[in-house]
Design a protein around this ligand. Structure first.
Ligand code: ADP
Ligand code: ASP
Ligand code: MG
Length: 411
């Protein structure tokens, strides 16, 4: 039998009623002749609640215990989905990550998938079972403990299953009907794309577009998984949603394909650092060792041999970052006169393969922000994106202004 992977995100399994709706949709694919692997997220809000419990209990938590707690939301929905299917006379059972087993490394809270043996589930399909419901987001580490794949990780579970089982398609059911030029929740003019190239989706995801986890896009690109994003709330045909696929000649040739934002940014400045060879290594080595994901970096012009060093990192890693550099200072490895953390910033980015061949894209972006009187704090660029760090209060305004400036509402 051909295999389909269907992933339902948090809002699509938020209530028993919605689980029934999702199960009906799965039932239709089974009736159409497929064996189905269903990947479920936790009910919406559950994972946030569990993360909150962990952070309140232990601010610099042990990531192994974090995983033990936050993986539990998916266990509930996997069991409920299997029960719902059984009630509909569809033969189904649930699997937790470790039972598959979905094997990962032991980088707790952001583990990477290493292997998904297919034997257990294929044997059950062979015995006539029609649906394997798998708890998304979780696996078992090479340290023998439960791991999670980072926020939004059920998308990655789904694509990894589609690759391992050579599924005909991987459908990601969510609360919007596809990938848009920007988040439709903050920009009314956002336009749904019928197709988007893997590379653009990869950048949009890594720059904050929550609709797919970055790693899921990476895997889909590597294993050429047919990946589709669509709404779990609407009925649709085979052409619905957005297909994430390899770049094609007939794709839109605009310089900019989309605008992404990330609220989860903080800017940390080390004031008056000695400007000498090795200083960056001395700062960013300890930060890496402490597991801080540094994103943007700027070093100011130095005066009298001293300079300011600014970097950005996720908001919830600021405490870790402060501890890491203060410890390095105490050990005499770096010296700075002060540390300023600004957690009221955000990152806004424009993405497009077309930037490779269009000149002046960054200048147009900066002009659009200037027209709104928005001050840019840090800039980074790559071949197909430009990102700026700005005050968080201007985030929506900036996204809308850039969407207008690059005329993304037009097809
Ligand atoms: P799920 O719980 O189904 O995994 P997520 O909340 O993780 O859903 O992702 C879907 C959300 O992603 C949408 O509700 C939307 O607000 C947000 N989003 C951000 N950028 C985009 C975009 N470019 N296109 C579509 N949705 C986007
Ligand atoms: N429940 C997890 C989260 O909220 C994983 C997921 O939904 O993809 O991040
Ligand atoms: Mg998600």
């Amino acid at each position: 039998m051909p295999i389909l992977v269907m992933k339902f995100g948090g809002t699509s399994v938020a209530t028993l009623d919605r689980i029934r709706r999702a199960a009906k949709r799965v039932g239709r694919e089974v009736a159409g002749g497929y064996d189905v692997i269903v990947i479920v997220s936790a009910m919406s809000g559950e994972t946030n609640k569990l993360v909150g419990y962990v952070e309140e209990t232990s601010p610099l938590f042990d990531a192994r215990e974090y995983d033990a707690v936050v993986s539990s939301g998916e266990n509930v929905t996997a069991g409920l989905m299997a029960l719902t299917l059984q009630e509909m006379d569809v033969s189904a059972r649930s699997w937790q990550g470790w039972q598959v087993p979905l094997k990962t490394n032991s980088a707790h809270a952001s583990a990477r998938i290493e292997e998904i043996p297919t034997g257990n589930i294929l044997a059950k399909f062979g015995e006539g079972m029609k649906v394997a419901v798998v708890a998304g987001f979780q696996g078992i580490g090479d340290d023998g403990r439960i791991t999670t794949l980072g926020r939004g990780g059920s998308d990655t579970t789904a694509v990894a299953f589609a690759a391992s089982f050579k599924a005909e398609r991987c459908d990601i059911f969510t609360d919007v009907d596809g990938v848009y030029t920007t988040d439709p929740r903050i920009c009314g003019k956002a336009r749904k794309l019928d197709k988007i190239a893997f590379e653009e989706m990869l950048e949009l995801a890594s720059l904050g577009a929550k609709v797919l986890q970055t790693r899921s896009v990476e895997l889909a690109m590597r294993y050429n998984v047919k990946l589709r994003v669509l709404s779990s709330f609407e009925e649709h045909n085979d052409e619905a949603g957005t297909l994430v696929c390899a770049e094609e000649d007939n794709m839109e040739s605009k310089a900019v394909a989309g605008v992404a934002y990330s609220k989860d940014e903080a800017k940390v400045t080390l004031i008056s650092v000695a400007d000498r060879p090795g200083v960056s290594a001395a700062i960013f080595g300890p930060l890496a060792d402490a597991g801080v994901n540094v994103d943007m970096i700027v070093q100011n012009i130095s005066e009298e041999g001293r300079t300011d060093m600014t970097f950005s990192c996720p908001t919830n890693q600021v405490k870790r970052a402060e501890k890491a550099v203060n410890d390095a200072k105490a050990r005499g490895e770096i010296n700075f006169h002060g540390l300023v953390a600004d957690t009221e910033v955000c990152k806004v980015s424009i993405v497009g393969i077309g930037m490779r061949s269009h000149a002046g894209v960054a200048a147009r972006m900066f002009q659009a922000l200037r027209d709104e009187n928005i001050n840019i704090k840090v800039i980074t660029t790559s071949e197909i994106k430009v990102s700026v760090l700005i005050d968080r209060k201007y985030m929506e305004l900036a996204v809308q202004a850039l969407h207008d400036a690059f005329e993304l509402e037009k097809g």
